[in-house]
Design a protein around this ligand. Structure first.
Ligand SMILES: Nc1nc2c(ncn2[C@@H]2O[C@H](COP(=O)(O)OP(=O)(O)OP(=O)(O)O)[C@@H](O)[C@H]2O)c(=O)[nH]1
Ligand SMILES: [Mg+2]
Length: 328
């Protein structure tokens, strides 16, 4: 991101992220344009905003012509991470949401049961992870707010069914549909959050309804003939126990929990800081307060350090469940 973007510009960008309708998006983009400092360093951003504006204006015109009014959905992020369930119809996405979170959602034998996003929190140890269930995605049913929600998520779970339906054959089509919308599902590595242009998203394949594939034949086919090692594949049955999935989901979010303590006091074991894997002591301090990071002299760490309460420098890389005491 180019430096020296003004707070007004960043506020407009936040407004854009939250915009639900095309009109709201256009209004936010116009503000971004107005507040964007126009110099060489923002060339790319200027071009992106212009391109997005003209595309949305065209979409708005088309919408007016067709007389169809679309309403969008925006899901506010909550908890330590946001995971979105994506897949063809009837593969058990909503059943999986229910199994992981306990939320009672619409589940039915027929396809296209889910029509609006369903959101619920999955408790995992001492944190909460947000799960978003979407209406199924097909070439005919892939609307802009589904795209926006997937684009904003931290992790994609692609849910297929090991039943006698044909969902597993839709795998490459689904990847193609996402790629067309500038979402690049990746099996490993770091995903991104860019506002414009192609964005990589970490993706796990969930092979659901494994209870219907007793001999594992369909699972074998899915892994060997279709996925071919491109993505991790996890067999589950949403009707049975899905507990084994939870630590895997936490791991895949690439986040760590860090607890803080004040000198001479016990650590506060509630509400850990949630940081990206690989974060340093300085980054943890910055999360508490900008000044805090600037004035930080050193820290003491319990957990990943060689001995409890070891003094470490600002660039010390923290691990999940570390306790940190900042000294300024
Ligand atoms: N045997 C079996 N059936 C399942 C499993 N998970 C879901 N089902 C059934 O599959 C059907 C579809 O489940 P849903 O959870 O509604 O599927 P969905 O993917 O949300 O469907 P849409 O919202 O229409 O895309 C229901 O009849 C579920 O009971 C599973 O693990 N095993
Ligand atoms: Mg559903």
């Amino acid at each position: 991101m180019p430096a020296n973007l003004t707070p007004q510009y960043l506020a407009a960008e936040e407004e854009y992220r939250r915009a639900r309708t095309i009109e709201e998006k256009i209004a936010a983009l116009r503000k971004m344009w107005a507040y964007l400092p126009k110099h060489k360093g923002t060339d790319k951003l200027q071009a992106d905003i212009k391109a997005k504006l003209s595309r949305l204006k065209k979409e708005l015109e088309q919408e007016k012509k067709s007389g169809k009014k679309r309403t969008g959905f925006y899901v506010r992020k909550e908890g330590a991470g946001q995971i979105v369930l994506v897949g063809p119809p009837n593969t058990g996405k909503s059943s999986l949401l229910k199994a992981l979170t306990g939320k009672d959602v619409s589940i039915a034998e027929y396809p296209f049961t889910t029509q609006v996003p369903d959101v619920a929190m999955m408790p995992y140890e001492d944190i909460q992870i947000q799960i978003v269930d979407l209406p199924p995605i097909t070439r005919e049913h892939f609307v802009y707010w589904q795209i926006d929600i997937i684009r904003g998520a931290d992790l994609i779970l692609m849910v297929f069914a090991l039943d006698d339906g044909d969902s597993v054959f839709m795998f490459d089509d689904l990847i193609g549909l996402l790629r067309e919308k500038n979402i690049i599902p990746i099996g490993e590595g770091e995903g991104g959050m860019e506002l414009f242009g192609p964005v990589k998203k970490k993706t796990i394949v969930i092979a659901n309804k494994k209870d219907l594939d007793e001999d594992g034949e369909i699972l074998g086919f899915l892994k060997e003939e279709i996925i071919k090692g491109r993505y991790p594949v996890i067999p589950v049955s949403s009707l049975e126990n899905t507990e084994h999935l939870k630590p895997l989901l936490f791991e895949s979010l690439d986040i760590i929990r860090v607890y803080t303590k004040e000198p001479g006091k016990p650590p506060s074991m509630e509400d850990p800081l949630i940081l990206k894997k690989g974060s340093t002591v300085k980054e943890a301090a910055a999360r508490i307060h900008k000044d805090f990071a600037e004035h930080l002299k050193f820290a003491k760490v319990w957990g990943s350090s060689k001995f409890p309460g070891q003094r470490v420098e600002q660039d010390y890389v923290l691990k999940d469940k570390d306790i940190v005491e900042f000294h300024i």
